[in-house]
Design a protein around this ligand. Structure first.
Ligand code: AMP
Length: 448
């Protein structure tokens, strides 16, 4: 299968060849011809599967045929959960559409309104937006939706997790009814299916992930360690293994800044990004990390989705996230586009409940290691896969929770009584989690 069989025209084929895309990924092969026929699609697409091109290529192909760049009137809208993803998607569209006379703009909060308004006045075909800023611009009449031909909801599950449902439905209510809709989501949870049912009529559902893509090639393991020894262990591992680059996830903004200082004291240069930092700084740091100028980037969940870093070899979970899907997205930053990756978690007793939920979500136990000199004083029990800590929501699928663990060495240590004694109902946080819903605005009257 080659891109030329999919119905794409020469200007797009030329830019794909220049980007080194020799053949479509499975989701591209399945979805692009359908999208070019104007079908509504709902796709369960794993991170790194090439989903950006899946919606961007038919969008460019279709838009190239009509009148372009009309003042304040956009023709295609892509909604994304985070600013970083909006910028990245916009960059991809510009690269794919290099030989077309189409203009794309990323619209997101945390930066001046004026350049975005000015660009819209000059004429933009495709807007890639986070929902909060987009609603704001619409309310200010800086953007009009009446000529929108295509809507893409990217990372729909993440947008719902971040509480954007009201923004999304209000935006959709103002779009022309006669439009094409594409929805991409890592997981087709009940909420995502409900959103799709209400907003996307007659959609074809694709789930290429399960049928043909298989699991990304990510070697996962964890080290058990006491919480107060994590930064020393991390420094030790970086030096011992001569790691050259890693994206290190941590739950809180405060924790991220503190870890930078702790690593620096041990001679390791690192930077951190979280929603409390200015947007321009976030973008610069991410660009420096992508170019290799920054070796170790500590990030809260804002980088867990969509962010694409060429050949990132290693993701480290300094603590474990909740919900469990977040773990899957975090580790999906490595092992992208068929490359091999490694994902390591530093797990203390405090992380136990989140570990249970993650292993249950993965349906297997993660291989454990103990590093000499960092043996935990507080032992981390081994999870059993059907364990649900009190008041944790049940998993939204019908997976057999009693599936056998992969690693028998580890499984033999499991202790149901330890799990049963859990008392607190939510994962313990010592600092407020960086929810990353920083694009949300307070409610303002919509559609005036
Ligand atoms: P995405 O899932 O859209 O974030 O894409 C993941 C990575 O795969 C990005 O670096 C894309 O540039 C790359 N990619 C997407 N489609 C292809 C393709 N057909 N061939 C080679 N690389 C691709």
């Amino acid at each position: 299968m080659s891109f030329s069989n999919l119905g794409l025209s020469d200007p797009i084929l030329t830019s794909l060849a220049e980007l080194g895309y020799s053949a479509p990924t499975p989701i591209q092969a399945e979805a692009i011809p359908l999208a070019l026929k104007g079908k509504n699609l709902i796709a369960a697409a794993q991170t790194g599967s090439g989903k950006t091109a899946t919606f961007a290529l038919p969008m460019l192909e279709m838009l190239a045929r009509g009148e372009t760049q009309r003042k304040k009137r956009i023709r295609a809208l892509i909604l994304t959960p985070t600013r970083e993803l909006a910028v990245q998607v916009c960059n991809s569209i510009e690269a794919y559409g290099k030989y077309l006379n189409l203009k794309a703009l990323a619209v997101y909060g945390g930066v001046d309104y004026e350049p975005q308004k000015q660009a819209l006045i000059e004429g933009i075909d495709i807007v890639v937006a986070t929902p909060g800023r987009l609603r704001d611009l619409y309310t200010q009449r800086s953007i009009h939706f009446d000529e929108i031909e295509m809507l893409v909801l990217d990372e729909a599950d993440r947008m719902l997790d971040m509480g954007f449902i009201e923004d999304i439905t209000k935006i959709i209510d103002t779009l022309p009814v006669d439009r094409q809709n594409l929805l991409f989501s890592a997981t087709l949870s009940r909420q995502v299916r409900e959103l799709a049912k209400e907003t996307i009529p007659n959609a074809i559902q694709l789930s290429v992930t399960k049928k043909s893509e298989g699991k990304p090639n990510i070697d996962q393991w964890l080290v058990t360690v006491d919480k107060d020894k994590k930064s020393a262990l991390l420094s030790h591992l970086i030096k011992e293994n001569s790691w050259q680059q890693a994206l290190i996830f941590i739950e809180t903004k405060h924790g991220a800044a503190k870890l930078v200082t702790q690593l620096e004291k041990r001679g390791i240069q690192a930077e951190c990004i979280h929603s409390g930092r200015a947007q321009a700084i976030r973008e610069q740091i991410l660009a420096d990390f992508k170019s290799g100028k920054i070796q170790f980037l500590i990030s809260t969940g804002i980088s867990a989705r969509g962010i694409d870093i060429d050949e990132l070899p290693l993701v480290i979970n300094y603590d474990l996230p909740y919900p469990a899907d977040e773990y899957v997205h975090r580790i999906g930053r490595t092992g992208r586009a068929g490359a091999a990756g490694e994902a390591i978690s530093l797990v203390s007793k405090d992380d136990f409940k989140n570990l249970c939920m993650i292993e249950r979500r993965l349906d297997h136990l993660i291989e454990r290691k103990v590093v000499a000199g960092f043996e935990p004083r507080k032992e981390v029990p081994v999870s059993v896969l059907n364990f649900v800590p009190k008041n944790m929501p049940a998993r939204d699928d019908s997976k057999d929770s009693r599936a056998k663990p992969k690693d028998k060495r580890v499984a033999s240590k499991s202790s149901a009584s330890t799990h049963g004694s859990s008392r607190s109902s939510t994962p313990k946080q010592t600092d407020k989690k960086d929810s990353s819903a920083d694009n949300k605005l307070p409610f303002n009257p919509w559609g005036r």
